[in-house]
Design a protein around this ligand. Structure first.
Ligand code: ADP
Length: 601
């Protein structure tokens, strides 16, 4: 949402401006102000001095050299100090900006998962990031520009007073022209701010496509299925719309800048007439006339610079407001839950749970109720799209039920803090990809240090040790090539084993969930997991999801999810007798296995 003038000014003076007068910045700000003011003042003074010397006919080389020497010295010192201080200030505010950015990234990684679904929210995050996106935008840009702006404002005051001394008409005309300029500057900024969300939305879509094109995961499909032209068309469309919207802002900027310049030059024209008239009538010496006209020229340059800075600062305040709003917003609904520590396996109960995804009108299930006893290993089976993975996402707390309650060992899961909730579960999610970290870091995370022996044991258990130990850096080998050139690319099955190793490594959890953990594994690796199934599940409540019904015979109990409800529950034998749908599904799958076995013989 665009803020009005008052809100922006309040934010600027409360949150941003004081940063120029902090312990580590105030001295730099003040010294910079003095140095930046001295130089233009000196130029006018020196000019006037030389003109006076010439007029009095007392010009000698010694005096001229002294004046020019002092001027040059002051110029060199003040300019060097300005550059040095500006560099320092840039660095200080860059550090601030990085810290804010890290805070934002931290927030994104801990916010409620459901926000990822929301494209409007994604746009909000993009806008909030604009506030800290670079040296020339947002927070850092505002403060560095203000740092430069302050001496210019002082110069405007000093020069205006000097002009007032000569002619109040010129003073008034200059002031009016400056105020018109500042007013127009805020108009440009407001227009640009209004156009920004639409521009960013186009740019977000274009970036998404660009990511796809650059990601080698999609490269195969794009080539084989000739998706190139379709993608290119879309990218061109988004780019054109982006440029079109951007162009409109530039046109507006151009029109308004024209008015700004017009007001400055009209002001100058009036001043020129007044001063010349005064000089002709003997109310002003030629030296004062030349000095005054010089002041006018310098002043108009300063006003133009101030103008650009004000437009820029005013426009950027909006982004930083969004950054701060984002940081202040509460994106964790159950922030203050109980930090309960469960010991050993726990019972799970879904009580009349209904759920639809954010932004969707369609319920995945309604009034779903089932119970899993502690220490039981249950299989959750059902056709694709039945809602098995959704149950897992609700169980671990990534989403909240739309209605109904989930109980963990009798405790309403919503009463737990998210940390307590996440601590309970080891999960092998479907289609999880490793991160661009080392093998060991992918397995352990890095919070509590890496137990290398346990990493090795876990890798052995999932049958990945042979592969990892053959890598140049073993468990310290980087994974993926997106960041490190020496990163190893693992196959789909190896990735899956790595993800299982991660779930096994996580200690002291009460529930182990495996969602289609063997979908990318070869028959031997799959068999190994089935054989060691009990030790994989450990002393935990186990939930094993698979669409391959044969694989669920290792479980104590099977929950058959069909039509948005657990339509049958029991052992394989019981389900074969009780549920027609289960029997049909099993027999269809069995038929192909048998045919395949017969053909292979
Ligand atoms: P299963 O794991 O049984 O194959 P899922 O739980 O993944 O099924 O999906 C259940 C239903 O929810 C499907 O109709 C699917 O289209 C829908 N669905 C899954 N994820 C989302 C999502 N992020 N947003 C909206 N709908 C979703």
């Amino acid at each position: 949402m665009n803020r009005n003038f008052k809100d922006r000014m309040a934010f600027y003076f409360k949150e941003l401006f004081p940063n120029l007068f902090r312990m580590d910045t105030w001295l730099k700000t003040i010294v910079n102000m003095i140095m930046a003011v001295i130089h233009p003042l000196m130029s006018v003074l020196v000019l006037k001095c030389i003109l006076e010397l010439i007029k009095n006919g007392r010009m000698d080389v010694y005096q001229l050299l002294t004046v020019a020497g002092i001027y040059t010295l002051v110029f060199i010192i003040s300019k060097s100090l300005n550059l040095y201080l500006e560099g320092k200030i840039q660095y200080i505010f860059m550090l601030d900006r990085n810290n804010i950015m890290i805070e934002m990234i931290d927030k994104i990684m801990t916010m409620d998962f459901e926000y990822f679904e929301d494209s409007e929210f994604e746009l909000e995050i993009n806008q909030a990031f604009m506030g800290v996106a670079g040296d020339n935008i947002g927070y850092q840009n505002i403060l560095v520009r203000t740092f430069r702006l302050l001496p210019n404002l002082i110069l405007i005051i000093i020069f205006s007073i000097l002009l007032l001394k000569e002619s109040y008409i010129v003073f008034i005309v200059s002031m009016v022209s400056m105020l018109i300029n500042l007013f127009l500057a805020t108009k440009i900024a407001e227009y640009a701010n209004k156009a920004r969300p639409a521009i960013q939305d186009e740019s977000r879509k274009y970036e998404k496509y660009k990511e796809v094109v650059e990601d080698f995961k999609y490269g195969k499909d794009i080539r084989i299925f000739s998706l190139k032209n379709r993608l290119l068309d879309n990218i061109k469309n988004f780019m054109n719309r982006l440029l079109d919207k951007q162009h409109k802002v530039d046109e507006y900027r151009f029109k308004i800048s024209f008015l700004e310049n017009l007001s400055i030059y009209l002001g100058q024209f009036v001043a020129l007439l007044v001063f010349t008239y005064m000089a002709v009538n003997g109310q002003m010496t030629i030296a004062t006339l030349i000095a005054s006209l010089t002041i006018l020229t310098i002043l108009s340059n300063i006003i133009q610079a101030v103008n650009q800075d004000v437009t820029n600062v005013y426009e950027n305040i909006q982004y930083v407001i969004l950054t701060y709003d984002f940081l202040d917003s509460n994106l964790i609904k159950s922030r203050d839950g109980i930090d309960y520590k469960f010991q050993g396996p726990i019972a799970i109960k879904f009580d009349r749970v209904s759920f639809k995804y954010p932004g969707s009108d369609k319920y995945v299930f309604k009034d779903l109720s089932f119970e899993i006893d502690a220490d039981k290993n249950v299989a959750l089976v059902g056709v694709n799209g039945a809602g098995k993975t959704t149950i897992v996402k609700l169980l671990v707390g990534l989403y909240k039920p739309t209605e109904g309650t989930i109980y963990l060992d009798g405790i309403n899961a919503d009463d737990l803090s998210m940390e307590a909730r996440f601590r309970i579960f080891s999960v092998v999610f479907q289609e999880t990809e490793p991160l661009a970290l080392t093998v060991a870091e992918n397995i352990v995370g890095v919070e509590n240090g890496i137990n290398r022996e346990r990493v090795k044991e876990t890798l052995e258990k999932v049958g990945l040790w042979k592969k990892i130990s053959s890598l140049e850096n073993g468990i310290d080998q980087n994974v993926l090539k997106v960041i490190y050139e020496d990163g190893v690319i693992l196959s789909g099955g190896e990735n899956q084993k790595l993800m299982i190793a991660r779930a096994l490594y996580k200690k002291d959890t009460s529930v182990m969930v495996m969602d289609e953990p063997t979908s990318a594994l070869d028959a031997l690796a799959e068999e190994k997991i089935y054989k060691e199934f009990d030790s994989y599940m450990g002393n935990k409540t186990g939930i094993f999801i698979s669409h391959r019904l044969a694989s669920t015979r290792f479980c104590d109990e099977i929950l058959f999810l069909d039509g948005g409800e657990i339509s049958a529950k029991g052992s394989h034998q019981e389900l074969m007798e009780k549920s027609k749908e289960y029997r049909e599904m099993f027999e269809t799958q069995g038929k192909y296995y048998k045919e395949f076995e017969n053909e292979s013989l």
